[in-house]
Design a protein around this ligand. Structure first.
Ligand code: NAP
Length: 244
């Protein structure tokens, strides 16, 4: 039986890259998404090309009931959950003085509450298995803060604290939890930045280039593997040296 990995927000961007990496290396993958079914077809077909099982599941991570149903459907169809990658994330950037409460909480809801919901939903299954790996997508701005990103930075700082708590609460069940803190990775999320903003960012990156989706996917795959069996509660940067 293959190992099973659930990746949230995997229809595109970093999540899709992670799904491809796991599918290519022998995992059955679950591609979670919230958009339209046609938006997930490309990711599904690309993953299926590697010959392992691919399940797509539409569930909003902010809705605990929906996420819980997803995990139950995964266990029924694929038999287990070895890896959970909490990748779903949104930004709604603006300065604090212009940010209304809803703009703040919308981002907290997807990035932080969504991460909590999926962790809670897989908990019983992983505890029964007495094994599991949880990987949460944080960000370097969860460590540094960032102008115009009070909501996003706070959500990612929360993800880091949540990861460390999960690592402590679940260690005795042989469940590991780590966070990945990407810097600037080429995806839709960063495509919206102006050329000037990109140039400013690049000038602060020692390696002088933006990261690729694969750079993050490679780390997620390593953290899920037994090669990382003694690593838990850590925040690992994939940022070209931007934050040291
Ligand atoms: P992206 O291209 O915008 O993709 C975000 C994904 O999240 C999409 O698949 C989206 O689904 C999904 N999503 C949004 N709201 C959701 C919800 N309520 N429930 C389930 N899924 C939801 O973003 P990305 O750049 O790949 O980023 C992926 C993760 O890395 C995020 O957590 C982000 O904060 C983090 N990150 C990215 C960068 C970067 O430079 N790109 C840097 C640091 C951290 P739909 O397609 O269905 O809308």
């Amino acid at each position: 039986m293959n190992k099973v990995a659930i990746i949230t927000g995997a229809s595109r961007g970093i999540g899709k890259g992670i799904a491809l990496k796991f599918a290519k290396n022998g995992y059955d993958v679950v591609i979670n998404y919230i958009g339209k079914e046609e938006d997930v077809l490309e990711a599904k077909e690309e993953c299926e090309a590697f010959g392992n099982k691919v399940m797509t599941y539409n569930a909003d991570v902010t809705d605990y009931e929906a996420v819980d149903k997803m995990v139950k459907a995964v266990v029924e169809e694929l038999g287990r959950v070895d890896v959970l990658v909490n990748n779903s994330g949104i930004t709604k950037d603006t300065l604090i003085l212009k940010m209304d409460t809803k703009t703040f909480t919308d981002v907290i809801d997807v990035n932080l509450v969504g991460t909590f919901n999926t962790i809670k939903a897989v908990s019983r299954t992983m505890m029964k298995q007495r094994s599991g790996v949880i990987i949460n997508m944080a960000s370097v701005v969860g460590i540094t803060g960032n102008v115009g990103q009070a909501n996003y930075a706070a959500s990612k700082a929360g993800v880091i604290a949540l990861t460390k708590t999960v690592a402590k609460e679940y260690a005795s069940r042989h469940i590991r939890a780590n966070a990945i803190a990407p810097g600037f990775i080429k995806t839709n999320m960063t495509a919206v930045l102006s050329d000037t903003a990109k140039e400013n960012i690049l000038s602060n990156i020692p390696l002088k280039e933006m990261g690729e989706v694969e750079d993050v996917a490679n780390l997620a795959y390593f953290l899920a593997s037994d090669e990382a069996k003694y690593i838990t509660g850590q925040v690992i940067h994939v940022d070209g040296g931007m934050v040291m």
